[in-house]
Design a protein around this ligand. Structure first.
Ligand code: B12
Length: 174
């Protein structure tokens, strides 16, 4: 039998509702994405766009915003336990900022394997920005979207969400 978890005020974060054989609510918190700009980048509409895109894809989003100092960004990642870290930059310095901060993120033990991507306009090479991807991957990102295309990104997000769903629900309040 299906049931709905007791009202907690966080229903938007609960993706799966069921009960176990003892009638206790089972639920998996929704897929949580930490979205952020990088230290040098003051552009904001890229973050607004991605925030809405991720919410439409069923994610809960922590949006750190533009120009986070590296230390703040690392602390936010560590304290919010995201399922995915998404960095966005369009000012042309994203590859430099991204390489520096992902190395710091990967040095935190609990963030060493958290899926992390970066995308946007990552350098000043225009159509050649894709040549920056190997260095970003080597620094610690799992995927790089240097042309700002969201199609490949949504495919990757879907793979991660499917894997999280397959990992199964957990007991709420157990
Ligand atoms: C508005 C704007 C500004 C405003 C920003 C205001 C604000 N609060 O956001 C102001 C005037 C402040 C500004 C400043 C600067 N800007 Co400006 N700005 C723009 C402009 C005109 C529009 C950006 C925008 O809002 N787009 C709308 C959003 C929704 O789209 P988007 O940013 O392209 O993001 C999309 C994709 O890139 C993608 N995407 C982005 N991130 C990610 C991440 C992932 C994972 C994925 C999958 C996809 C993805 O998704 C988004 C939606 O499709 C662009 C030119 C343009 N037409 O794009 C220049 C532009 C981004 N700026 C540019 C530059 C150089 C600057 C300055 C350095 C200028 C200067 N000399 O001071 C500064 C940088 C300041 C800083 N510290 O960062 C350049 C960057 C060049 C480059 N990368 O090669 C651009 C491209 C203009 C140009 N053609 O030269 N800018």
């Amino acid at each position: 039998m299906s049931t709905v978890a007791p009202s907690t005020g966080i229903e938007n974060d609960l993706a799966v509702h069921a009960d176990d054989s003892h009638g206790r609510a089972l639920a998996r918190t929704s897929f949580h994405v930490l979205l952020s700009g990088v230290a040098s980048d003051s552009h904001t509409w890229n973050l607004v766009y991605l925030d809405k895109l991720l919410q439409e894809a069923g994610c809960s989003v922590t949006n750190v915003g533009p120009c986070p100092p590296d230390g703040l960004l690392v602390d936010e990642c560590a304290s919010t336990h995201p399922d995915l870290i998404v960095l966005s930059s369009v000012n042309g310095h994203g590859a430099i900022d991204g390489m520096r901060v992902i190395r710091r993120i990967r040095r935190v033990p609990e963030l060493a394997r958290t899926p992390a991507v970066i995308g946007g306009k990552l350098g000043t090479l225009g159509a050649e920005n894709g040549t920056l991807a190997p260095r970003l991957l080597a620094a610690g990102f799992d995927r790089v979207f240097p042309d700002g295309s969201v199609h490949g990104f949504l495919g990757y997000l879907g793979e991660l969400q499917t894997k999280a769903d397959a990992d199964g629900p957990r007991l709420v309040g157990a």
